[in-house]
Design a protein around this ligand. Sequence first.
Ligand code: C2E
Ligand code: CA
Ligand code: CA
Length: 651
Amino acid sequence: MLSNWVEARTTVQTTVVSLTVGLAALAGLALWTSLSMQQAATHLHELNEVNDRWGIVVQNVDVADHALTDYVRSGTPIMSQPVATAAGAADESLRWLQEHGTPADVRAATIARDLYDDYTVLLRETVVAADPVTTLQKADQAELTLASLRKQLSTVVQVKRLETTDYLRSAELQNGNLRMAALVAFIVDLGLVALCGVVLLGHRRKILRQAAKSEHEAMHDALTGLANRTLLTQHTAQAIRRSNQTGDPLGLFLIDLNRFKPINDTLGHAFGDRLLQLVATRLTRAVREVDTVARLGGDEFAVLLPSVSTAANALIVAQRVHKALDEAVDLDGLSVDVGCSIGVALYPTDSADAHELLKHADIAMYAAKRARLGTAVYEPGLDEHSAAQLTVISDLRRALDQSELVLHYQPKADLRSGTVCGAEVLCRWQHPRHGLLGPDRFIPAAEETGLIEPLTQYVLDHALAQHRAWHLDGRDVPISVNVGAQCLHDRTFPEQVAASLERHRVPADVLTLEITESAIIADPHRASDVLTRLRDLGVRLSIDDFGTGYSSIAYLRTMPVHEMKIDRSFTTNMRTDASSGAITRSLLGLAHNLELEVVAEGVEDEETWSVLAALGCDIVQGYCLSKPLPADEFAVWLQDRSLKELITTSD
Ligand code: C2E
Ligand code: CA
Ligand code: CA
């Protein structure tokens, strides 16, 4: 409360203004004192000058009186000389007093001068008297005049003395008042100076606090309060210096959330922000106090472990982080799974400096993400992969523009009759330097960077164009196109599909779109909306790689799909691996209960075909039928097969 008052802006202003006024008052008082002292001195000087003149007059009169007494007593003419000299000696002083004195002085000097003039005349007459009797007479008259003169002079001297005393007393009083005022002003100013000191100290504290706050803001992430990239870099540099002294390795984790983007896109940024705050809290709790947890931006976090000794120790911490982030997050009554991928790099084991440490952790993180490993520790081999990945992305844009992607077609056949009932379109990249690349070399990168949407559009357009060409050639081959996960979150996707169908004049029911479970799960509401509109177009929908994701049956029931593709990891091994067989059987049962058509992928041999036929599977796809083929080879294959079928039927 008090500190608030001290730090308030108005307090600072008021105190400074008061102090300024106080100091000005003190300075004014000092000036006033000095002026009044000077005035008093001048006045006293004037008083003294006047008093001195009166003193001279009294002195002159005394001298004349003594000279007259001596002359009368001696009766010798020689003694008349001093009398003659003394006569009129005070004239000048009296005249001065008449001219320069105060009005009272002027009045007194006029009276005294009249008497003095008479006295002077009598003195001169005494000196020039012809006989002793006249001399004595004149001397007596002079004495009488002198008595009046002395009375007058003594009154004046008395008055002057009183005047001087009064003046000195009043000057003394005024001085005392000024001294008192100066003392009061001094004490008030002293108080104000002290207050100013307190206020300035308070202000300084406030500025220091603000500086500390700004520094904190410059070094921390505003949303989560975690360290930001700058602070992480500083701490890494410090940890590296310490590691150089102790020889203890340090570790850096780069953590990327797995399912943040769809959650943020679907549930809104406010929800996303709170989720990030929760992740920050969990991360902080999962590591030690000495470790630095930082947010590098978006859903990317980092943890610096200043001393880890071994990679195994770092992996133990990484496991703790996974445990913390794998637990479902309950927010606003919704339960969401975020999960994360962690890249680990160590210093000095595999990185030479802070910059490299971060770069390597980043490379390891991407490796973990790509391979769905959870955690990956950096190793030099990953570099080449990541460099290749980078060129893949930039090259892929060009490849789309220059039609370097080629489509292969893999037939699907009715399991009971063996008749070809369609073909899956599988994309390859005829790379100018690396040759023909399989989809595993570029589809994951396209999914990560958003290039999957133009890529899907590319495949769709080229496949529909091919379908049209075959149709004009007298062959109607229904086609299945794989759809990237992000397309299902793009509300304009159904319109794009409709436009493509129209452009190539292909009916919707010959097109099947294959979607993965994870694409649906990332944002079931939006996916369901997009799928419903696609189904309304008349397009068939298929769930690809079924059994490998984590779709719940509840979702599956509500999704407007027609077909389910059992992942080849189950079918390929179903004859040798009992659990794969059991899973295939139960997936088949489930799909049929939901009235979905079932495609078994990855069927490589006749035996598996027979087993699947016995289980009531509808359609088969796999090497036992054919590998994916370029369009022209596929047409030849189809021709041969039709011929064979024809021969078999006629037999
Ligand atoms: P998918 O959709 O599951 O495609 C089937 C994959 O299984 C193909 O691999 C195919 O060559 C392979 N295959 C077919 N029969 C057999 C078999 O009997 N045994 C074995 N072991 N494998 C078989 P491919 O062509 O390498 O494609 C891999 C994946 O890449 C595809 O898996 C699909 O997810 C993706 N992909 C391919 N083309 C596209 C595309 O145009 N768009 C999108 N979004 N993804 C595509
Ligand atoms: Ca597929
Ligand atoms: Ca598949």
